[in-house]
Structures are given as C-alpha cells and as structure tokens.
Design a protein around this ligand. Structure first.
Ligand code: NI
Ligand code: MN
Length: 219
C-alpha cells in the first residue's frame, strides 16, 4: 500500500494498482494528474474538501462516496455516487470503509445543506487507517480507537476550523495509533502552525510523526 500526500487534507492511497482519493482539493496541487482512480471519498461539502471531486469523477469514472445529502448534490452534477450515512462498513474492490462522526459544519458550494460532516476509517490490506476530515477533538476518538483500532491517523492540526496541535496529540492518544500524518495546516494564514512543535509533542507521547511534503509518498 502507498499513501501519497497531495496537500491540505488530500491523500491518494494506492493498493494493488487501484487508487483512491480522499478530499481532492487539487487547487493546492495543480501539477497532480488524477489517473486510474477507483473511488473518491469526500468528508464534507466545503470547497477545500469537495475540491475537484466532481470533475475527477467525470474524467476517471470513479464514483464519489459521501454523506447522503452531499452525494445527492454531486449526483445532480451527473456523476455516480454512493450516498452513505455514519455507520456500517461499505465494501469496495480494494477493501472496505466506514464513515465516522466529525464535529464541524458542511454545506455544498451553492450553499445548500450537505448533511453532517464525517471522517472515514479504511481497511486496506490488513491496515486500518483513519482520516478525520475537519473536526474538533471529541470522545468519538475513544470509540474509534477501541472499536476500529486504527494503525495510522491523518489528523487536522491547523486549529481555527479544526483541532490544533495540542488537541491532535490528545486525539492520537485516544485513538491508540502509533503514527500520525498531520494535515489541514499551512494552506491558509488562519491555519499556519510550527510543524516542529507537532513533531516534538507527538514524539513525547512515543508516537511517530509522519510529515509528508506535497506529492511525497509513504511506503
Ligand atoms: Ni471544512
Ligand atoms: Mn477544511
């Protein structure tokens, strides 16, 4: 399995030649060319997460998985969607995924109601990965830790709209993960952080910070 950071909260995960995209905000990464994408996951309707999901779906044929109302907004643009709710596992050709709670807001680009925001837990080739989307620190992370037992978490650390560094470190503890990829920082002025501070605090808890540069790949 390969995980590539595409900037902000966007990741490409590749497994057995199949690629999935999460929160494809490609404005932060204009050089990236989405190819051989099997599935697109969107955590909520804000522009920095929905991003180019509809356009990528049109060019690659990959369906968009999102919370029901947001998926409905996308399907009205003429693409294939899976409109799901927070809850059970959904099976895909490369593994399975479940939508989990995130505490934030969500609206579509036209201002319409886009349902609740979410995070995702992915099970791919025996690895469990949690992408938190935009959220504050919440006791849900204890539930996610206990029930899903993620190996790796992608957590927002920029503050202002989401958790900050200190809270993301607490989230990592509650999740019981051994490694964290920070996201949702340094894209805009409001979410600028000192990334060395995140590294220091997460190492202090005996966990591995995985700081990826844009287009850098892990494993
Ligand atoms: Ni947001
Ligand atoms: Mn955001």
């Amino acid at each position: 399995m390969g995980i590539k950071y595409l900037g902000h909260s966007c990741f490409e995960i590749e497994t057995n030649g199949k690629k999935i995209l999460i929160d494809p905000f490609l404005e932060a990464n204009p050089e990236y060319k989405p190819e051989e994408i099997y599935d697109i996951f969107v955590t909520h309707g804000h522009g920095d997460h929905l991003g180019s999901a509809v356009e990528i779906s049109k060019t690659t044929g990959a369906p968009v998985t999102a919370i029901f109302e947001l998926a409905h907004y996308c399907s009205k643009q003429g693409i294939r969607t899976y409109g799901i709710g927070l809850g059970g596992w959904h099976n895909y050709s490369w593994g399975r995924a479940a939508a989990v709670p995130a505490f934030h807001s969500s609206s579509a680009p036209d201002g319409s109601y886009a349902g609740c925001p979410c995070g995702y837990v992915f099970e791919i080739q025996g690895q469990t990965i949690y992408h938190a989307g935009d959220t504050c620190l919440s006791s849900e992370m204890k539930t996610i830790g206990e029930y899903y037992q993620p190996d790796l978490a992608m957590l927002p650390i920029g503050g202002y709209y989401t958790m900050d560094i200190e809270q993301a470190v607490k989230a990592a503890e509650w999740l019981g993960v051994s490694a964290v990829i920070p996201m949702h920082y340094n894209t805009f002025d409001a979410i600028n952080v000192d990334i060395t501070e995140f590294e220091r605090q997460i190492r202090e808890k005996g966990k591995l910070p995985i700081i990826l540069k844009i287009n850098q790949e892990l494993g």
